[in-house]
Design a protein around this ligand. Structure first.
Ligand SMILES: NC(=O)c1ccc[n+]([C@@H]2O[C@H](COP(=O)([O-])OP(=O)(O)OC[C@H]3O[C@@H](n4cnc5c(N)ncnc54)[C@H](O)[C@@H]3O)[C@@H](O)[C@H]2O)c1
Length: 482
């Protein structure tokens, strides 16, 4: 059993002192009580250094998390068994990939079967320290929770922008913190952590750090990476989900999208390179596919990764997503970074994005308000339930492919808008009041993922049917808004 002792305390104070000195040298970082990350974080972030007793799996672990939505507290955890975690977290040397590997993956852009020769990687189940960008968002908060629940260390950065109601993002973070606390409690009960730590609150968790800030803020990112390094918990993986999402708003204001999605991703890739991150998983989108025309109709066609229509994106949003796929190839090629771009297909589920049709339809039908249906209802989407997407993301984080683009879809034939509305009506128990509108500029008519590659390379198999997914989402909506 590891208890707090004079030695770890002394080491903790020494570590804290070093950290203070380091931060104080930055023009952008000022001291406040313990330590304060200020800079241009949208909200003030306070870091306090304390000593805790440690669990069996952690050695020197920097923690910060959001204690009251206005502050970020940090603590140093010291474990007597430093070697075990240091070994676990040490980044593997970057593999230098033979040119022909790269060639074979690139040629997957032109040949439907070329990727089938790629050696399938088994999962690496080591403990991971994962920077989740956009972790307060819909997908990010679910991914962060799943990682915490299996024992990984999660660091979230999110600028909490007001693309949709910020209180939803705040409540997403509360949900993540609860999951971290539950996991912490489980570990505490399983291990020999001193009993007096059992009532640690959810804001004081060693496995979760939350930063309010922009991915374009290099000063903040440097501080995060450096602190993780100094405390022997270097960031090993990046799950890059932060982006301005949404097709239609990107037509109105493309500049925001270029800055957040392209400039922001460039910054993240730079940090991945500088800090020798093992694996980067990035969110791309089915939007990159644009339209497939088959004999005048694209119904029934499925999108596979090698299709060239991805090079004719129909909206600024789609263009940013395709651009970062290409940018990440360049970074992979120049710096041997392992990067996988996951093309998500219309993700829905509990705590779904309030601007997206599934959420809007459920919410409006539930409240007896009318819904706007764009087009004749025959457009279709390969809706993907959030748990399946999380599964795809986690599988991808566990497999460091040198460079890949992989569809993560629902694997169905696609569901028409009319059928989707019908399912919602059935589960809500109310008839929808539909106002029909013309098709929207930038929207594609049909999306349908070919997920053969995801099955082969990631072992990804979606498990939640449309029926079941809508049932669960409506149930969640009733429980939280009813
Ligand atoms: N939801 C879907 O159906 C879907 C489909 C395809 C692709 N995607 C992609 O998946 C990712 C996650 O999507 P989501 O639905 O969870 O969206 P979301 O808007 O709920 O989450 C994105 C998060 O990123 C944060 N963010 C945005 N710009 C930032 C910046 N510059 N710095 C720091 N944080 C920033 C936002 O505050 C938000 O919390 C996005 O990259 C999106 O483009 C989503």
């Amino acid at each position: 059993m590891i208890t707090e002792s004079a030695m770890p305390k002394a080491r903790s104070y020494a570590s804290s002192f070093l950290l203070v000195i380091l931060l104080a040298t930055s023009n952008y970082i000022s001291l406040y009580r313990g330590m304060r990350l200020s800079s241009d974080c949208r909200r003030s972030s306070t870091i306090n250094s304390n000593t805790l007793s440690a669990n069996d799996t952690l050695t020197t672990n920097f923690i910060s998390n959001n204690s009251n939505n206005d502050a970020t507290t940090a603590q140093i955890i010291i474990d007597s068994n430093e070697e075990s975690l240091a070994t676990n977290l040490r980044r593997p040397q970057q593999q230098l990939h033979l040119q022909h590997d790269t060639q074979s993956q690139l040629s997957s852009s032109s040949s439907s079967s070329s990727w089938s020769n790629i050696p399938i990687l088994p999962p690496n189940n080591n403990l991971k320290v994962v920077l989740v960008t956009g972790g307060a968002g819909f997908i990010g908060s679910h991914v962060a929770t799943a990682l915490l629940q299996r024992g990984d260390i999660v660091i979230i950065i999110d600028n909490m922008n007001d693309y949709y109601n910020v209180s939803i993002k705040e409540s997403n973070l509360e949900w993540v913190k609860e999951a971290a606390a539950a996991e912490r409690k489980r570990k505490t009960m399983d291990s020999s952590i001193a009993a007096d730590n059992n009532d640690e609150d959810e804001n004081n968790n060693p496995n979760l750090s939350i930063y309010y800030g922009d991915i374009n803020n290099s000063t903040l990112l440097s501080a995060i990476f450096d602190q993780q390094d100094q405390h022997n918990a270097p960031i090993t993986h990046i799950c890059h989900l932060a982006a301005r999402a949404g097709v239609r708003p990107s037509i109105r204001n493309p500049h925001i999208y270029i800055r957040a999605n392209i400039m922001g991703t460039l910054n993240i890739l730079d940090f991945a390179r500088r800090y020798n991150v093992t694996n980067v998983v990035m969110a791309s989108s089915s939007s990159v596919y644009g339209e497939v025309i088959n004999n005048g109709s694209n119904e029934g066609s499925s999108f596979s990764e090698e299709m060239h229509i991805a090079d004719t994106p129909l909206s600024p949003y789609a263009q940013t997503k395709r651009s970062v796929e290409l940018l990440s190839y360049t970074y992979h090629n120049l710096y041997q970074l392992n990067i996988t771009n996951l093309r998500f297909f219309t993700v829905y589920g509990p705590r779904g994005r309030p601007d997206m049709a599934p959420h809007v339809f459920i919410s409006n039908i539930f409240r007896g308000e009318s819904i706007e249906q764009y087009g004749d209802g025959k457009s279709s989407r390969d809706y993907t339930y959030i748990d399946d997407v999380v599964n795809g993301v986690v599988r991808s984080l566990d497999r460091s492919y040198p460079y890949q683009i992989i569809n993560v879809g629902g694997g169905s034939e696609g569901t028409t808008l009319s059928n989707f509305i019908g399912l919602v009506e059935q589960h809500v128990g109310t008839k929808a009041k539909i106002v029909q509108r013309p098709n929207q500029m930038g929207d594609v008519s049909h999306t349908r993922a070919n997920i053969t590659k995801a099955k082969m390379l990631l072992g990804y198999v979606p498990s939640v049917s449309m029926e079941e997914g809508v049932r669960r989402t409506v149930q969640w909506y009733k429980e939280t808004h009813g």
